[in-house]
Write a protein that binds this ligand. Structure first.
Ligand code: BDP
Length: 674
């Protein structure tokens, strides 16, 4: 079936874990209907049947309630008895479940239909559990994807802003799609990795998309219906000026009673159409979007009326902290885009309503390959904070390059603002508002353009459920669930191509944390000075003597001072600053010696050569899989690797040449210069 995305975890084969068995279900609720239909589908393909007597079953799905009222018959089955005992010993959270296996019986025990669905999807992804009892529950209740989908093809940004996988799966020609089959399959994939909220439209809300909130509500409700059967709540990005744009008011000043009233009425109508609507995503005062600054109001004053409208319905405002001046004067070295979000939002800590989540990009600038963790995440103690990641590979190869981001996200989630002291909390724990990421899917046959980019979507879901999980274990899970028929050799090759692909990408692109150096239009490919004299505020300051941005307190922009100790001192100090962020924090001469023992200039030369060699090795390894995985996937990746090799070579040549010409320092290994 060529309309189906491919290969995708939960391919047809995974239903064999559910089929061919005698299944007993003692549970109820809308999501149990979904569970039942998964079993029915699997049984149609692989045999098996539902049974009425628990002792006849090989797979048991039951709900326990609080206080536990166990069916006495349940005690006759060891797996159920053990799972129920575990649930009693420590109660399950609403989305949690216990998987137990004893003798030939697998038991899935949950407290809600949502937990039961997650338990069954776990079985589908991973197959039968090992003997014993395993408890799973999400670290955070909010695990969300944002789509940057436009309703019409934007002249510059296309159908999906920063999308690299075809058109929008939700919209076409200014309307919500009639046929939502792909959305249904996507929802199933997302549920299988624990995603429970999706915002369907771009954070840049143009006039057409603004109408989703009002005129287009019946169509939005159709999408919400599809997501609902997978336990996913739908959210909308809204335009802050909606009261003017849609309501005909003269002002969107958030302190005007008529504006608050407009939001309340509009929101009530949304809930009439979609009773479990998730809430609003707002990009305000950012890159041309309207916001409270136009009325002299703070962002807390801007967010709270929307929050008040949503609160009676259990809705949330995701308010983005991506606020900075994109019209700054590049000649004025006193400004620093990295400092902006902290300056705007930290003084407002404690002023946001309880159902506002401040959505903070993981780094202080903008989804670069390597950035320090945003200090805003550590500084807000009285505000719900969501960490925003970018699954769509805007700055990491645009789904033409292999770049598995699990290890990058894992470093962020494990980062401790207080250093390595006992009891210091990692970012994973500070994300009191959960995790949000920009999705990477579209109408492309492979769902994500590059088939291996599916691993990023999978990893984001799994990390949002279990933020401290090992990203390489998640990678192996994804490989197992996606290529169930691949032999051990093929799996090992796929693993080796992906596991260090982020490090490889970093080697051949902008060095040592300096970022950008990309073409300023589409952010793909090298353009070392592409942003150097622009108003966007992202610079590298390379000259004949050195390179890097001085963000120290002593002589630079002072950004390092936004961190608590020990990072403030570490980043400030040339001797202590980690190599991989050196040029983010310091401007250094080319002969500065790194902790690695190499000089900055030699490091730039060497890593760029190595990075291309890494890609060539991946290309050769992939070629060896030609008869070991399905040919369509093999061909697509083969084609993309040709482009990755070309592009990596382009990066290497431009970066090496640029820095040779700037510095005049020859490559110590004698490699030729251009
Ligand atoms: C930047 C993208 C831009 C987005 C913006 C955002 O280049 O297209 O609109 O982020 O997050 O990285 O709002």
């Amino acid at each position: 079936d060529t309309t189906r995305e491919h290969p995708a975890w939960l391919p047809g084969e995974s239903s064999r874990h559910l089929g061919g068995r005698r299944v007993y279900i003692d549970a109820h609720g809308p999501l149990v209907d979904t569970v039942r239909s998964e079993f029915t589908r699997a049984m149609a393909a692989h045999g098996g049947r539902f049974v009425d007597v628990i002792t006849d079953a090989e797979i048991v799905v039951i709900l326990v309630t609080e206080p536990m009222a166990p069916n006495p018959a349940h005690a006759d089955v060891a797996a159920v008895r053990e799972a129920a005992a575990a649930a009693e010993a420590s109660p399950l959270t609403p989305e949690g479940y216990i998987l137990a296996r004893r003798d030939s019986v697998t038991a899935i025990v949950a407290a809600t239909d949502h937990g039961a669905l997650y338990g069954v999807l776990d079985l589908m992804r991973n197959g039968e559990p090992a003997p014993g009892v395993r408890r799973e529950q999400p670290a955070h209740p909010i695990r969300m994807l944002d789509h940057w989908d436009n309703m019409t093809v934007h002249p510059v940004m296309g159908a999906v802003e920063r999308g690299y996988a075809g058109d929008s799966i939700f919209f076409t020609d200014g309307e919500v799609r009639r046929d939502l089959d792909r959305v249904a399959r996507y929802a199933r994939l997302l549920a299988a990795v624990g995603i429970n909220r999706v915002a369907i439209n771009n954070v840049n809300v143009h006039r057409t998309e603004a109408l989703l909130l009002t005129d287009k509500l019946p169509d939005v409700a159709r999408v919400a219906d599809v997501f609902r059967s997978w336990g996913i709540r739908l959210h909308l990005s809204v335009n802050f000026a909606s009261p003017v744009l849609l309501g005909g008011l003269e002002s969107a000043d958030p302190l005007l009673p008529e504006v608050a009233e407009w939001w309340r009425e509009a929101t009530d109508r949304v809930y009439d159409a979609i009773p479990d609507f998730g809430g609003y995503v707002v990009k305000a005062d950012s890159e041309g979007q309207p916001g409270p600054f136009s009325y002299g109001r703070s962002h807390a004053e801007g967010a709270n009326p929307l929050a008040a409208a949503l609160a009676p319905h259990d809705g949330i405002v995701h308010w983005r902290a991506f606020v900075y001046n994109h019209h700054q004067d590049w000649r004025d070295r006193s400004t620093d885009r990295a400092k902006a979000a902290f300056g705007h939002f930290v003084p407002l800590d404690g002023q946001f309503a309880d159902n506002v989540v401040l959505q903070v990009k993981h780094g202080p600038i903008d989804f670069q390959t390597r950035e320090p963790v945003s200090p805003v995440i550590g500084a807000l103690t009285h505000t719900n904070v969501a960490v925003e990641l970018q699954v769509t590979q805007e700055y990491t190869g645009q789904q033409k390059h292999v770049c598995y981001l699990g290890p990058a996200w894992s470093e962020i989630l494990r980062f401790r603002f207080a250093g390595e002291t006992d009891g210091a909390r990692p970012v994973a724990d500070l994300a009191t508002g959960g995790f949000v990421a920009v999705s990477n899917v579209g109408t492309d046959h492979f769902l994500t353009g590059h088939p291996l980019a599916q691993a990023n979507l999978y990893a984001f879901g799994r990390l949002s459920w279990e933020p401290l999980a090992d990203p390489l274990r998640i990678l192996d899970e994804w490989i197992g669930a996606t290529f169930p028929d691949a032999d051990d050799h093929a799996r090992a090759v796929i693993h080796s191509i992906l596991d260090s692909s982020w490090a490889t990408y970093e080697k051949y692109t902008a060095p040592l944390g300096v970022g950008f150096m990309v073409s300023s239009r589409d952010h793909y490919g090298p353009d070392v000075d592409g942003y150097e004299y622009s108003r966007w505020g992202t610079y590298h300051f390379a000259d004949r003597d050195g390179v890097g941005v001085d963000r120290t307190q002593a002589t630079g922009t002072g950004f390092a001072g936004q961190y608590p100790s020990p990072w403030r001192e570490r980043y400030e100090s040339l001797a202590e600053c980690p190599d991989d962020l050196l040029l983010f924090f310091h401007h250094v001469p080319y002969d500065h010696v790194l902790k690695s023992g190499s000089t900055v200039i030699q490091h730039i030369y060497d890593t760029h050569t190595e990075g291309v060699q890494d890609v060539l090795r991946s290309q050769a390894a992939w070629a060896g899989l030609s008869n070991r995985i399905d040919s369509a996937t093999h061909e697509r990746v083969t084609t993309l690797l040709v482009e990755q090799v070309r592009s990596a070579g382009d990066w290497r040549d431009q970066i090496q040449t640029y820095f040779f010409r700037k510095s005049g320092v020859a490559d110590a290994t004698g490699r030729p210069h251009y």
